[in-house]
Ligand binder design. Structure first.
Ligand code: ZN
Length: 388
């Protein structure tokens, strides 16, 4: 097979409809076969049902150092969106390439896969790692499994670049995402006799009001992280409970989240919540209903990307061609970067396409962004070669 251009590979990748709720195995199979041509040593890690896989590939010498280029294979759904082209067929219009995942973020994978044809493997003295994850869009559920397995089987790389769409600018920090379900179990009774039960909705209301108070206090502590907005945000997204106005509700549950500033310990808010529940809400709830309970379970935890005080990856990536000037910034969207950073790898986010197109109908990427990314990937390869 002759070598494929970034655009040709992007056409293939977009054609796999890898919406997070569905399997990504057709894409993974295709990429693994393609990587076989370059002698890649591939490892898969799986979700519990084995319907989705991460793919981690090593190319070049089995040596410490080197670089990870990382992206996610899943895309957000197209349900309810008004698309003017087939979302799963890459289509050029007015010089732009339309398709679901073109920007977020199959473009990056298409670039690094296509440039492999130019990689001089015999000249490498540091390895290249390629990482493709599942379930990023539903809470970064796959990535930790892949990173753990990679570190157990390969030496630690120097740098990781996560190619989320940043218009080829460097992102050095982002917020954490922390999503929870809280279930309040009270005890049903006639509403005229609240001393014979416990109303779950009023108790949930107290917890939610406390969450709001935490959120407001965070706003007063806005930092200079560069995130927009520059404070930790707290939100409640859904709530259910109750059956009738004259029955004390036995059940109320709500989904809530906070997005913490990069430098903030993500445990602080959940710990403050739990203390409030234990000290204030539960004693009142149990006054007439000893079996009442409040259970909070994490749904998704995405660690922040912390600004690296030594700025190793940042300074290195700044020197690569294709990367836009303008310094490095912070963003409010989360990525898988924190998982690499926690593993001791200096990490930045930098990739082709704009976050403004991500998750939107008629998502597109400008081919000029792919060209910039090709230049960056070529310079990444040059870094891996033996000093001559
Ligand atoms: Zn993404």
């Amino acid at each position: 097979m002759s070598s494929l251009t970034s655009r040709e590979i992007l056409t293939r990748l977009v054609a796999f409809p890898t919406v997070s709720r569905d399997s990504n195995l057709s894409l993974i199979d295709w990429v693994e076969e393609y990587l076989g041509r370059f002698g890649a040593r591939c490892r898969r890690t799986w979700n519990a049902e084995e319907t989705k896989a991460n793919l981690f590939a090593a190319i070049g010498p089995d040596a410490p150092g080197g670089v990870v280029l990382s992206g996610h294979t899943d895309v957000v759904p197209i349900d309810g969106q008004d698309w003017h082209t087939d979302p799963f067929e890459l289509t050029e219009r007015d010089g732009l390439l339309y398709g679901r995942g073109s920007a977020d973020m199959k473009g990056f994978a298409a670039v690094f896969l296509s440039r492999l044809a130019s990689l001089n493997i015999a000249a490498m003295d540091k390895p290249l790692y390629l990482a493709l994850s599942y379930d990023e869009e539903v809470g970064c559920l796959g990535i930790d499994r892949m990173v753990d397995d990679a570190l157990a089987n390969f030496a630690r790389p120097d740098f990781a670049i996560i190619g989320e769409p940043t218009s080829m600018q460097i992102v050095r920090a982002h917020k954490s995402i922390n999503v929870f379900r809280t279930v309040v179990t009270g005890q049903a009774a006639h509403s005229s006799q609240p001393h014979r039960g416990a109303g779950a909705i009023l108790a949930a209301g107290r917890i939610i009001e406390h969450l709001d108070a935490i959120g407001r206090s965070r706003r007063a502590e806005a930092g200079d992280s560069g995130c927009e907005p520059p404070w930790t945000t707290v939100q409640v997204g859904t709530i259910q409970g109750g059956t009738a106005v004259n029955i004390l509700p036995a059940h109320c549950e709500f989904l809530w989240e906070y997005r913490g500033l990069p430098g903030e310990d993500p445990e602080v808010i959940i710990d403050a919540m739990q203390t409030f529940i234990d000290e204030k809400v539960l004693p009142d709830l149990r006054e007439f209903a000893p079996g009442a309970s409040v259970e909070t379970t994490p749904i998704a935890r995405v660690p922040p990307l912390l600004p690296d005080p030594e700025a190793k990856a940042e300074q290195w990536v700044q020197r690569l061609r294709g990367v836009r000037d303008g310094g490095s910034g912070a963003v409010s969207f989360a990525t898988e970067a924190g998982s690499f950073q926690r593993a001791g790898i200096s990490t930045v986010v930098c990739g082709p396409g704009s976050i403004d197109q991500a998750h939107q109908p008629n998502e597109f990427i400008d081919p000029a962004e792919l060209e910039r990314c090709e230049a960056m990937v070529d310079d990444v390869f040059a870094y891996l070669y033996r000093a001559s």
